[in-house]
Design a protein around this ligand. Structure first.
Ligand SMILES: C[S@@+](CC[C@H](N)C(=O)[O-])C[C@H]1O[C@@H](n2cnc3c(N)ncnc32)[C@H](O)[C@@H]1O
Length: 277
């Protein structure tokens, strides 16, 4: 499959999976945005990017359910969970007895806020700080990203999310994470990953202008800090996903390209083969 045929236009509005109607999901997303009793970090401590923390969380809750077919009873791993932007909305959806959420991240402040604020109210939401080295997020980290092995047993999760994380990793680390995701997913489990996928299909309206990093599959938009916004070649990404043993239905293009889309970054959903739940 070529990069171009692998790319999809915006997915038509998909009905949510059994158990929640489209109207209930709309209501849930709206209430996540407006419920002032939900935890919210102090604005100055939010290090995961610009934009409305609550609105972006609500948006992704919708994508998880509509596009990722996330069910209430599933076990989620959030790799690069930051300061709980995805976790907070999920507290309003996951079944408090059967569903679970584990978040991992190298930034101590984010993990501390989540562990002190979210876990006491939602005990099946757990957070772990991992000392993974990253030039921007954790420059003194002791564990190289290429040596990461998450401390969970094979097949522990039904859904793994990496939102705006592959956009900060070099290709060799991303390959390690894809293999880990495949190891950790149960059959039928899904990896939900966002990326800036580089495919040569330029509109001229891109919000970021990427340049190739040396002669590999990695691209960068900001010369002084290549991992502040990292792109990845589409064919390489799809190949690495397949090599990891996951089946993807192609990339959904994001509106960073200057096209009409439901999400900013490109989105890839890849499934671990085998019988689903
Ligand atoms: C733009 S933020 C996105 C955070 C979160 N996924 C969200 O959407 O709110 C990128 C996150 O990736 C984390 N990160 C950076 N390098 C990482 C690595 N090697 N492994 C796991 N997480 C990493 C950062 O600490 C940061 O929390």
């Amino acid at each position: 499959m070529t990069a171009i045929t692998a790319l999809r236009q915006i997915a038509p509005e998909q009905a949510p999976p059994d158990g929640i109607s489209a109207a209930e999901l709309d209501h849930l997303m709206a209430s996540v945005q407006t419920n002032r009793f939900l935890p919210h970090p102090p604005p100055a401590s939010i290090f995961v990017g610009d934009g409305d923390y609550r609105a972006i969380g609500a948006e992704f809750l919708g994508h998880y359910i509509r596009l990722g077919r996330l069910r209430r009873h599933e076990r989620i791993l959030d790799i690069g969970c930051g300061i709980g932007r995805m976790a907070v909305p999920l507290t309003q959806y996951l079944d408090p007895e059967r569903g679970s959420y584990d978040g991992v991240d190298p930034v101590m402040d984010g993990i501390l806020w989540c562990a002190q604020t979210i876990t006491p109210a939602y005990p099946r939401f757990r957070f772990q700080r991992l000392d993974i080295a990253h030039p921007l997020y954790n420059p003194q980290g002791s564990l190289p990203g290429t040596e990461v092995q998450f401390g969970f047993a094979n097949g522990s999760f039904d859904f793994i999310t990496m939102v705006s994380v592959a956009t900060h990793l070099p290709p060799n680390e991303l390959a390690v994470y894809l293999n880990e995701a495949s190891r950790l997913l149960a059959p039928g489990g899904r990896l939900f990953l966002t990326a800036f996928a580089i495919d040569g299909q330029n509109t001229g309206l891109e919000r970021l202008k990427f340049k190739r990093w040396q002669d590999g599959p990695g691209w960068y938009a900001i010369e002084e800090a290549p991992l502040a916004a990292a792109g990845i070649e589409t064919d390489w990404l799809l190949g690495a996903v397949a090599d990891a043993g996951l089946a993807s239905d192609g990339l959904r293009r994001g509106h960073w390209r200057g096209i009409n889309a439901a999400h900013y970054q490109d989105l890839l959903i890849a499934t671990k083969p085998g019988a689903g739940p």
